[in-house]
Structures are given as structure tokens and as C-alpha cells.
Design a protein around this ligand. Structure first.
Ligand SMILES: O=C(O)C(=O)[C@@H](O)CO
Ligand SMILES: [Mg+2]
Length: 252
């Protein structure tokens, strides 16, 4: 089975944020990700990671206000100062947590100006943080209307243009199905670009069980294909988080 991580922004929300680390470790996870770890003091998060033997797989560059606010700044033509400021801050958090990946959020934008500023900002960020793995993630338009990056061909073109060894694709299987209608075929096209995977069930982003996407078969394919990155559960549990974790234990 792949190496699984728990997204603590979406999982274990029965508990206050800082208590989710212990719950994830007790449930059998060795690693976690947190979308926006900017509201709690970094040393407190570090303490929880160490106390429960957890690795931080990923954090995101910050939007100012996640609830109904901006979705990032990397592709916003007049948002470059904001992006660079936020990126430096995000990098400090990523270093403090020893996070494997930092996901750069593009924001809501479209057109040629957005594409060029995205390439320019990614090129700058990759040079600014040569030792940090950076990712970009296509997100479906239903969940995030107007998000700049919602196309795998565009993501592949941009990665090719930036051509930085520390920048790669974040492949969210739930978004992939929503965007292309054929997640396994999309995976085959982009797996060579991918450095992090996220999963969730279809159609409602609940547990990644067999269904629209045959996750048991896909996990086997990841193993057979030698994928050695993390696979993170990023979904809204249908009930109690613990009651829906059969996917980390081989679907028993
Ligand atoms: O929405 C997702 O899927 C993510 O992975 C986030 O990083 C952005 O919300
Ligand atoms: Mg995702």
C-alpha cells in the first residue's frame, strides 16, 4: 500500500485543530498535512508533530481569508508583491515544520496576463527556495469557481516552461475526476510530473472507497508503478473520521 497521510484541515474536525495530531497518530497515520497552518503558533504545531511522531507532508501558501476570500495570489497580475511576501512567510512555516511540499496557490484569475505572472512567480519562487519541493494543483471549477489552474494540460505546459527541479504537480484524484471525467487516464498522462497525491471519493468528496473511482485498484497500480510519494486523504468524512478509515488498512 502507498504511504498515507491525513489532511488535518478536513479530517478529525470533530476535534479542535491542535488535538487532531494525536487523533491522526492514534488512527495509524505517520504523516499529516495542514492547508493553512497560520493561525496557531508554529512552535505549538511543531510540538504536536514531535510528540506524536508525525511528519508534515504539505502546507499551502496563504490566502488572506479562506472563507469566501482570495484563493491565492501567484497568478494574480497585480498581486505580485502580496504573493512574494506571503511566499516568504509560508517558506518560514514550511521550514519550521520540515514540510516535504509547499503548495503554491494560483488564485482566481484567467487570461494571458495571469498565465505569464504565474510562470514568473513560480520561476522566482523555485529560485528563492531551491531546497523546498513546491507544487501546483489543478482544482475543479465547481469547487473553486474561477480558480486559474483547473486544467492538466495547462499545468504540464507551465511546469515545462518554468522547468525547475523543485517544482512539480500535486495530483488530487478527486479534482482529476471532476475535471476530466477519467482520473486513471489523467494519472497516466501526468504521473511523471507528480510529487504529491491527494484523494477523496466521488461525487461528494467523502471517503476514498471503491466506487466511481476504484481506489483499491488504483492504490495497487501506484505500488506496481513504483510511486514513492505520499497519498493524503483530503475529504469530508461522511460520519466520524475514525469510522471511515478502512482505506488506510487495505479496505478491511
Ligand atoms: O482544494 C484542494 O484540493 C486542495 O488541495 C487545497 O490545497 C486547496 O484548497
Ligand atoms: Mg487537493
Amino acid at each position: 500500500m502507498p504511504r498515507f497521510a491525513a489532511n488535518l484541515t478536513l479530517l478529525f474536525t470533530e476535534l479542535p485543530f491542535l488535538d487532531r495530531f494525536e487523533a491522526a497518530a492514534e488512527a495509524g497515520f505517520d504523516a499529516v498535512e495542514v492547508l493553512f497552518p497560520y493561525e496557531d503558533a508554529a512552535p505549538e504545531v511543531q510540538r504536536r508533530l514531535a510528540a506524536f511522531g508525525l511528519h508534515m507532508v504539505l502546507i499551502n501558501t496563504p490566502p488572506p481569508n479562506w472563507t469566501g476570500g482570495a484563493r491565492g495570489f501567484a497568478a494574480i497580475p497585480d498581486g505580485q508583491d502580496r504573493f512574494r511576501h506571503d511566499f516568504k512567510r509560508a517558506l518560514r512555516f514550511a521550514h519550521a515544520f520540515n514540510a516535504t511540499h509547499l503548495h503554491i496557490m494560483a488564485g482566481v484569475a484567467d487570461g494571458d496576463a495571469a498565465r505569464s505572472i504565474f510562470v514568473e512567480n513560480l520561476t522566482w519562487a523555485a529560485a528563492e527556495a531551491p531546497k523546498q519541493s513546491l507544487t501546483i494543483e489543478p482544482i475543479n471549477q465547481g469547487d473553486m469557481p474561477g480558480y486559474f489552474l483547473s486544467d492538466y494540460d495547462l499545468a504540464a505546459d507551465i511546469l515545462g516552461e518554468v522547468n525547475a527541479p523543485n517544482l512539480g504537480l500535486q495530483f488530487d484524484a478527486y479534482h482529476a475526476h471532476k475535471i476530466t471525467g477519467d482520473m486513471p487516464a489523467t494519472w497516466k498522462k501526468v504521473k511523471h510530473l507528480t510529487r504529491h497525491i491527494q484523494i477523496g471519493g466521488l461525487p461528494d468528496r467523502h471517503e476514498p472507497l471503491a466506487g466511481v473511482i476504484d481506489y483499491p485498484a488504483w492504490f495497487q497500480g501506484l505500488d506496481d508503478g513504483g510511486y514513492d510519494g505520499w497519498v493524503s486523504g483530503e475529504y469530508h468524512p461522511a460520519g466520524r473520521t475514525e469510522d471511515g478509515l478502512s482505506w488506510i488498512k487495505g479496505f478491511d
